[in-house]
Design a protein. Structure first.
Length: 302
């Protein structure tokens, strides 16, 4: 405000609604101040561009440079803070306008912190789903609507299982689109894509770079919002589950087999580069990727 920028107070909103508000209100960008979902004493400043997307690393470095060099300006006129109209109803209408109406057969339980949880319940209820506390399928969503976990009969699905089911839904709902995934996604997604004759494209895992790839020219609305907008992704995934008319166990049983063995070895940060270079020089089958090393074995995946 001291720099002469008009500021609109959007109120308390989950991340997807803040992204929606940027385009809905025609803003030049947004700063979403949000609590960490793991540590209550930690706060994040989440910067977004005029599309409601995260900034790329190169643009963030420019912002940091301006801050540290104190290259800011003071305006002669400071505009008063404005308050936005309620955005949750507009976001709900925006979502449901793109979604098949009518009552759904599928029922599930929704677990989300109070406040954001009530807003989310209304969205799913308006979409026609039955929310039942004792349903075998549970969806756990964090307070910022960014992370979610699927639980079936009290057993959480593993990350590869959830990623595979989500990819399967994407491929069947969007038969003409390639799936854009971060480098850190399980190899089972590529195995599934191969079995369906489709393509999963890996990009760097930084949110700004991944979201830039999602929004590349030619991609449709749902493809460019897949996994970026959690309520939209969940609505489409649940619709796919209903259309499949199969339970979670039957779907998991048809996924490609994936065996994972994991172990953590401590390495000081200053030694990581030397260790990676040493591994590359000593063993064939190792190839560098932006976030570490990928091991490719004959007859197996990375």
């Amino acid at each position: 405000m001291a720099a002469g920028i008009r500021v609109i107070d959007l109120g308390v909103l989950p991340t997807p609604v803040c992204r929606f508000a940027v385009g809905f209100l025609g803003l030049r960008g947004a700063c979403h101040i949000k609590a960490d979902t793991q540590k209550n004493d930690k706060i994040w400043l989440h910067l977004m561009d005029a599309r409601g997307r995260d900034f790329t690393p190169s643009f963030i470095r420019k912002i940091e440079g301006l801050f540290w060099r104190e290259e800011t300006r003071l305006a002669g006129e400071i505009f008063p803070r404005e308050r936005s109209r309620p955005l949750i109803p507009a976001y709900r209408e925006w979502l449901l306008d793109r979604y098949p109406q009518g009552e759904k057969k599928l029922s599930f339980s929704l677990l989300c912190p109070e406040g954001p949880g009530r807003w989310l319940e209304r969205i799913f209820s308006k979409a026609g789903f039955k929310l039942m506390a004792n349903a075998p399928l549970k969806m756990v969503v964090d307070r910022n609507w960014e992370e979610w976990q699927m639980i079936y009969q009290g057993q959480p699905l593993t990350a590869p299982q959830q990623q595979a089911l989500l990819a399967w839904a994407f491929f069947e709902l969007l038969p003409e689109e390639d799936l854009i995934v971060p480098l850190t996604v399980s190899h089972i997604v590529e195995m599934l894509a191969d079995s369906l004759g489709r393509k999963a494209v890996r990009v760097k895992s930084h949110p700004g770079l991944w979201q830039e790839a999602l929004a590349s020219p030619g991609r449709g609305f749902l493809a460019s919002h897949w996994q970026l907008d959690t309520p939209l992704t969940l609505l489409c995934f649940l619709l796919w589950l209903e259309q499949r008319e199969k339970g979670i166990p039957e779907l998991l049983a048809t996924l490609p087999s994936l065996y994972v063995s994991a172990r953590s070895v401590y390495c000081p940060w200053e030694e990581k580069g030397r260790v990676m270079r040493s591994l590359i020089s000593q063993e064939e089958g190792l190839s560098p990727v932006p976030e570490g090393l990928r091991v490719q074995r004959e007859g197996g995946g990375p």
